[in-house]
Design a protein around this ligand. Structure first.
Ligand SMILES: [Zn+2]
Length: 273
C-alpha cells in the first residue's frame, strides 16, 4: 500500500513538472505544437493587396448626382473605366458595375461609374424623363441640358484619368443570333478600333466558359455616333460595348457582364481578387 502511494506522489510531482515546463519557456511552444495553436502564426504566401478605393461625386446637388469609384492598386498598371446604367432599363450592367466597384486589383486603376443615368434608373426607363438618349449625346456639352452635362462629365473623367480602355455595359431585348440586329450577347467595337486583338481575346475567354454555343458572344463592328464608346474614342481611349440578352435570367446576365470585364482586365495583365 505504502509503496503504491509513494509511487502516486512521485508520478504527481513528475506530471506537475512536465506541465510547468510546457506552460513556460520552450514548454509553451511544445504545447502550442501539440494543440496546433502555432498555425495562427503562419504567414500566408498570398500577395498582400492593398488597393485603395476613393469616391468622386459627379453632378453634385442635381437629380443626376452619382458616384464614380476609383480603385487604385499599389502597383502601377493600366487604367480601365467601367460604365453601367447609361440606360436606366438595362439592370445587368448596373448590378455588374456595382460589383466591379468592390473589386480589388493587383495593379493599375479601375474607374467605375455604375449608375451613369440616375433619373432614368429611378424610373426604369431607357432615358431620363424629358431628356434625350444619353448614349447619343457624347461628347456632351456643359452649357446644354442635364443629359449633355452628364456626358461631358464622363468625357472630363476620361480626359483626366486617360483610361487605356473604356467598357460600357448595356443590355438588349433579344439575342443577336436569334434576331440579327438585336445586339444581345455581343461585344461591339468601333470600326477604327486599334486593339481588335484584345476584343477577340476577350470573346475567346468568355465563350470558352459558356457551354451552350447559342449563348456565345458575337463580335459586331461599328458603334453609333454620340455613344459613350464613340466619345471615349475621341478622348483617346480604346472602347467596347457589352450587350447581354434580356431573354436570359438576370443573374446569368450579370455574371456574363462580370466575366467580360474580368476577361478584359486579364488580357491587360490585371488580376482581380
Ligand atoms: Zn443600352
Amino acid at each position: 500500500m505504502f509503496g503504491k502511494r509513494r509511487l502516486f506522489v512521485i508520478m504527481y510531482f513528475f506530471a506537475a513538472a512536465i506541465l510547468m515546463l510546457t506552460l513556460t519557456g520552450d514548454g509553451s511552444k511544445a504545447l502550442q505544437r501539440m494543440s496546433g495553436m502555432n498555425y495562427s502564426k503562419v504567414e500566408l504566401s498570398a500577395p498582400e493587396i492593398s488597393a485603395v478605393r476613393t469616391e468622386v461625386v459627379l453632378m453634385n446637388d442635381t437629380p443626376w448626382e452619382t458616384t464614380l469609384y476609383k480603385i487604385t492598386a499599389p502597383v502601377k498598371g493600366p487604367t480601365v473605366m467601367v460604365i453601367g446604367g447609361i440606360h436606366g432599363d438595362e439592370p445587368a450592367g448596373i448590378f455588374a458595375a456595382d460589383e466591379v466597384s468592390t473589386w480589388v486589383i493587383d495593379r493599375g486603376t479601375l474607374l467605375v461609374l455604375p449608375r451613369a443615368n440616375i433619373p432614368a434608373i429611378k424610373e426604369e426607363l431607357r432615358n431620363a424623363p424629358g431628356e434625350a438618349d444619353l448614349n447619343r449625346v457624347f461628347p456632351g456639352d456643359f452649357a446644354a441640358n442635364a443629359v449633355d452635362k452628364m456626358a461631358a462629365e464622363i468625357i472630363k473623367i476620361i480626359i483626366e484619368y486617360e483610361p487605356v480602355w473604356v467598357i460600357d455595359l448595356h443590355e438588349a431585348e433579344y439575342c443577336e443570333r436569334v434576331l440579327p440586329g438585336a445586339l444581345g450577347q455581343s461585344l461591339l467595337y468601333p470600326r477604327k478600333a486599334g486593339s481588335m486583338d484584345i476584343v477577340e481575346e476577350v470573346q475567346t475567354i468568355v465563350n470558352r466558359s459558356i457551354y451552350n454555343e447559342d449563348k456565345h458572344f458575337m463580335l459586331l463592328r461599328g458603334v453609333v455616333l454620340g455613344s459613350a464608346v464613340k466619345g471615349a474614342l475621341l478622348a483617346g481611349s480604346e472602347a467596347m460595348i457589352v450587350e447581354t440578352c434580356e431573354q436570359m435570367p438576370l443573374e446569368d446576365r450579370i455574371q456574363y457582364q462580370l466575366h467580360v470585364v474580368s476577361a478584359l482586365l486579364y488580357t491587360l495583365g490585371i488580376t482581380v481578387y
